[in-house]
Design a protein around this ligand. Sequence first.
Ligand code: FCA
Length: 332
Amino acid sequence: MKLSINKRKLFQWTLQLGMVLLSSSLYAQDPIKIGFLVKQAEEPWFQDEWRYAEQAAREKGFSLIKIGVPNGEKLMAAIDNLGAQKAQGFIVCAPDVKLGTAIERAAKRNKLRVFSVDDQLQNGSGQPIETIPHMGISAYKIGQQVGEELAAEIKKRGWNMADIGAMRIAFDQLPTARERTMGAVDALKAAGFPVKNVIDAPSVKSDTESAYNAANIVLTKQSSFKRWIIFGMNDEAVLGAVRAAEGRKLAQDAVIAIGIGGSKSTLNEFAKPKQTAFYGSILISPKRHGYETSLLMYEWITANRLPPALTLTNGALLTRTNQAAVREKFGL
Ligand code: FCA
């Protein structure tokens, strides 16, 4: 009698143990799914980031879920969607950095790890959220590079700084955009450029069309300047201003423009048979921002290794003449 109770217990225990083992092995086999959410999916930079993230997905065998999130509503829906798909984490470049706290909350609610890329998220008081790992460009330093290269090109052409207008395509609500362009202003000042000639062209959105409109207003108001230098947060902004200048017959011999990015927007410009006013771009690395962030997220999920709190990446001047060598150096 006693023996049969023990037998029954033994059977129950075995059954329970089996169930635990089964469920933990199922858990271990849960497919790894990582979201990669970007604010402007149509922009070549973000296309490149996705392409390099896909490389990481292929190498490690996880699924990459790419979602364009042009506004807050789409972003929140995307996070809930990742939760429903049982993803384990996501990388995000948000359409508005002020959504930081809401993003952090939505991630927690959906049991998702979150890692920001390009644009660092802010809390309600406008401070960077340091609990969310971030990879961005070293914005101020890269801006300084833009300013230094513009000054060097002015010198090469023998232009008089006092006669040149400097157009800053401004998108100041985005901290990285302001840091980049202010870095350029500071470097120009340090090179002796008269600060009163620096004119802001405030852009409503961060795309080429808005920059084009902003630049047109400045060129109309400041028509006394016959020569210009142009800089902004990225290639798309700078190209908008270059097109506006061309519309006023200010071309390569009257304008020096340097962007930031160096992706397809730059390469298309360099591929034109005739050099345009778009002299160069500070190349930044979509490989680091796409491939490396994805790998770091993968390791966070699979090995519980937290990504570094803050990674800032570098840039290098890309021109028509050095493009192949510089891109190769960046592993692109
Ligand atoms: C921001 C810009 C992009 C790119 C990226 C590194 O998100 O909008 O164009 O420059 O930073």
